[in-house]
Design a protein around this ligand. Sequence first.
Ligand code: KIV
Length: 279
Amino acid sequence: MKNTVSTLMKQKQSGEKITMLTAYDYTTAKIMDECGVNSILIGDSLGMVMLGYENTLPVTMDDMVHHTAAVSRGAVNAFVVADMPFLSYQTGVQDAVRNAGRLVKEGGANAVKLEGGAEVCEQIRAIVSASMPVVAHLGLTPQSVNVFGGFKVQGKSCENARRLIDDALRIQEAGACAVVLEGIPARLAEIITSKLTIPTIGIGAGNGCDGQVLVYQDMLGLTTGHTPKFVKRFAEAGELMRKGITDYINEVQSGEFPAQEHTYSIDDEVIEQLMKEEA
Ligand code: KIV
């Protein structure tokens, strides 16, 4: 059964946790969909994990449409949410609606996600009025990395926490169907979750949210270097890939691969005939 906005809303009401993972391609989306994840997010984190940028800022609308379409083809049941990249909605309501429309129309997304609170409520209202669900994103919003001066936990001071609660209420009032809470203290996320009627989906926001999201390269152990505190590595797929690739290199070099079972045969008479013709 296809997950929709109402599926997520019902899960909040019944207390059944919402599961969301990022994906950026058809094969990964298909595996996640077959495992039964509720929602797949084509995050603009693709800038870092797929395209090798330092942050999400260089990601373009064309990048997002391309990867969203690939994920949509693999996601039969999951609710597909596509990120609106930097400067695709901050520049005004018309840009926001047009670009959200591309993600839905060309990419096949079921909803779009954008970062910010009070300052993007007009955009949320306009996109929802154009019949496209919007997931909001509050807290450590990566597109504001230069304002925050790095990827830092948000909402730790009373003033900052109050602003986040106010932003959450405002984006709900503007029509958002859910909100991602990233990099905020667990107790603040619990307060926000209890005040909202729409689901909260946490990443680095503790266990009190209505659901959780992780970047799949992080949770499957594909990323190297520093692992943020909030990431749990559920598998070491990177190790598995390294072993497979090293074995391949060794077997090709030694001549062990391809073996008989990987090889197509031809009738001896055909070869004999060929050899005669060649002679
Ligand atoms: O871009 C992304 O992957 C995200 C998640 C971290 C929520 O926005």
